[in-house]
Ligand binder design. Sequence first.
Ligand code: ATP
Length: 327
Amino acid sequence: MASTIKRIGVLTSGGDAPGMNAAVRAVVRACIYYDIEVFGVYKGYDGLINANIKQLYVRSVSNILSRGGTFLLTARSEEFRTKEGREKAYENFKKFDLDALVVIGGDGSFTGANIFSQEFDVPVIGIPGTIDNDLAGTDFTIGFDTACNTAREAIDKIRDTASSHERLFFVEVMGRDAGFIAVNSAIGGGAVAMVVPEHNWTIDALIKRLRKGAANKKASNVVVIAEGCQLGNAYEVADAVKKELGYFDIRVTVLGHLQRGGSPTTMDRVLASRLGVAAVEGLRHGESKVMVGMINNEIAYTPIGQAIKTEKRLGAEEFRIAKILSI
Ligand code: ATP
């Protein structure tokens, strides 16, 4: 049966992530390959509400594969959270004669996409683009690998100064309520400990780990703190540790937004390319209200409701490995 999808809109929404451009490029080129007209919706859902929509062509997405951020721009649209806002968005959806919408973003963006799809019976498909990797239905989200590499590279540099001065560094990384960036950058960067929301660390346990490292004459001490961890931010954790371990020269580095930027890694570019093509092919085959992800290196379509409601858990294996290697 021939596909009824002839015109697709694509937008990026929520926090930007490296590789979003690669995903847009893949959506645009896959559409054109399948003779589908494709329209870029600028500034996330605000663009749909304000008709900030332009047709994209093969060359519209030249030279964006290697660029971080998103050339479509992104936004957090308060108006789209309202019924009136979504009605305006639907008016423009109809005005531009769109048949389906591809939304590249995180769980908030997918919640909005799901509601929009249900209210107006519009086919939508989500592509997971967030550095946090906090979405079920995919092993990795677009941007996560790049963010981990950025954080790990920073940890490598901090380690150089930490070991030269025999300092103890607390490095805070992003990830919202999830510790994926923290765990990966901590293992990759050889941190002595990582404090993440998913794990019940206490200050006492952390101090014990650091004392053991000092007794073993550990050359450098870097502790990675996930921004959403239950012990507080990196400054608070550092203060609590300092009270007990006064002999350490303690410093704090908060990596912040530099983790969001930068040229995407090959992993992120390939992931974005595969998911972008799979989103268009999924719509052609009648998929809707799903998120396209990659599970065990295979494309997987998961109902959006399930992807946003299911909690993605950090594996216990990473903690086990990190403990063994931090002696
Ligand atoms: P990140 O993971 O990077 O923060 P995100 O997609 O989760 O990305 P949010 O700010 O949570 O980012 O959501 C992006 C946008 O999605 C919101 O600004 C809003 O326009 C829309 N959205 C989120 N939740 C809803 C909702 N309940 N109803 C309608 N729209 C929503």
